[in-house]
Design a protein around this ligand. Structure first.
Ligand code: BGC
Length: 452
């Protein structure tokens, strides 16, 4: 590596360092924000009630699930056998076009309802049979019941107009009726983290945290009743899963690259942790750094700039290629980069992804220690998302922070890849909800009238 690249990269290394001391500071700040939120004071963490506790494993039945959380929509049929086993019996996947993500709310919900209509038809489901549907809607929602909740704000590049401030279950149910789908009722509204926790804890009672590390990032955990959370959820239950919305945590030290990225996003000032961690943003951080290096004349050539100037031209999938020894530049349309350039890009990816994983490790440690300060019990953390599952070295970087913070007790924390929280997990939540206790009374009344 030549003389000019070397000092640049070591400065970058400093800028993106996240030391063991930083991790300790973050744990303290994170727990302080958890406390503030539960006490009803201003906080960057939302701690949103889900109106359900963890499943027992005995939940059973057949459910539909609709999963909207990023650029793909999935419609699924799920069967739960009541003995901790669950299977997906049918699934359709479709891409959500950008025009739908950023158009009108009505068009977005019509798109979802159309997805259900096509699913019912393609899989020849009996249109006379009543079906409960779990709606995985992975955005910050203030729920007032397991089947009702108001979107607080969009994240992950969605901006569909007229949805923030509205009950998304009502908007979706209206769209189903517009499509004449009368037999489907939305019985549960589920965040993907909650679905992930449910999917794992259905068969493993030691699971007490759900984490998403994909396009966006977030986590949930079961909060014990009576410990705090004054007035935040009905006192009659033993525990309630709280959705932290940790992507919005804003007590991390953001560097100049983070500030520059935040400025070009659709939601500046918000989701600050998500912008340092998640798949949707870390590729952008890398792209901006590589472009800066090219601008300074220490990487690539002038003619390569247009590729790097295009927003989203580098993704976290591209970054993970470098960890497998592949060429990032070839993958983004620059086939003639030198070995020196490739090595520099691989190092930039390592610097950015390592910080991402270490921040997640610290946030995760904060939540585990919140539940069990001296780590007396075993904790299984259900984790879904490509960063964790497909980025070589990412889980190890998360673990290194747990070991720095908890030493040998870190062994008590297992990080478990868990897929299909937003399908199977959501169906489990629908089954938990079908006891009827958690339903929004207004929505249930409507349903009872309709079923008569
Ligand atoms: C959303 C969360 C979601 C996470 C992972 C974030 O942008 O605000 O609700 O759980 O992405 O999908």
């Amino acid at each position: 590596m030549n003389q000019t690249i070397r000092p640049y990269l070591s400065r970058l290394e400093d800028l993106f360092s996240f030391s063991p001391v930083d991790a300790q500071t973050v744990v303290a700040r994170f727990q302080e924000d958890m406390r503030r939120s539960l006490d009803g004071r201003a906080s960057s963490l939302q701690m949103l009630p889900s109106y359900v506790g963890r499943p027992t494993g005995a939940e059973q039945g057949c459910f539909l699930a609709l999963d909207l959380g990023g650029t793909n929509l999935r419609v699924l049929a799920v069967r739960l056998d009541g003995r901790g086993k669950a299977e997906i019996t049918a699934v359709n996947r479709l891409a959500v076009p950008e025009s739908v993500m950023r158009g009108s709310g009505e068009a977005l919900f019509d798109f979802l309802a159309e997805g259900v209509a096509v699913f019912l038809e393609e899989h020849r489901l009996d249109r006379k049979q009543h079906r409960d549907l779990a709606f995985t809607f992975s955005f910050p929602v203030a729920q007032s019941a397991v089947n009702a909740g108001v979107l607080l704000n969009w994240t992950k590049g969605f901006t569909a107009a007229g949805v923030a401030g509205q009950n998304v279950v009502a908007l979706f149910s209206d769209a189903l009726r517009r499509k004449r789908i009368e037999e489907v009722s939305v019985t549960a509204l589920v965040n993907d983290t909650v679905g992930t926790l449910a999917a794992k804890s259905y068969a493993d009672p030691s699971c007490d945290m759900g984490v998403i590390l994909g396009t966006g990032t977030n986590a949930c955990y079961p909060e014990k009743n009576g410990r705090s959370a004054q007035g935040r959820f009905p006192q009659s239950r033993q525990e309630m899963i709280l959705n932290l919305e940790w992507g919005n945590f804003d007590k991390l030290d953001a560097n100049a690259c983070d500030q520059a990225l935040d400025r070009i996003t659709l939601n500046p000032g918000r989701q600050r942790m998500e912008k340092m961690v998640s798949g949707m943003y870390i590729g952008e951080l890398v792209r901006m750094i590589l472009l800066d290096m090219t601008d300074r004349g220490i990487l690539l050539e002038e003619r390569h700039k247009p590729v790097l100037a295009g927003e989203q031209s580098v993704s976290s999938e591209h970054m993970s290629l470098t960890a497998r020894g592949k060429d990032l530049f070839a993958a983004i349309g620059i086939p003639d980069a030198s070995d020196r350039d490739r090595d520099a890009a691989a190092r930039v990816c390592r610097i950015v992804s390592r910080r991402s994983a270490r921040i997640v490790g610290a946030a995760l440690a904060a939540v585990v220690a919140w539940m069990d300060a001296s780590l007396e019990q075993k904790h299984t953390i259900a984790i879904d998302g490509a960063l964790f599952e497909k980025y070589p070295g990412y889980p190890e970087n998360m673990r290194s922070v747990l070991e720095e913070l908890f030493a040998r007790r870190a062994d008590r924390i297992s990080l478990c890849p868990t897929s299909d929280g937003s399908g199977i997990g959501a169906a489990i939540i629908a089954a938990v909800a079908s006891s009827g206790r958690e339903q929004d009374p207004a929505a249930s009344r409507k349903q009872t009238r309709k079923n008569r």
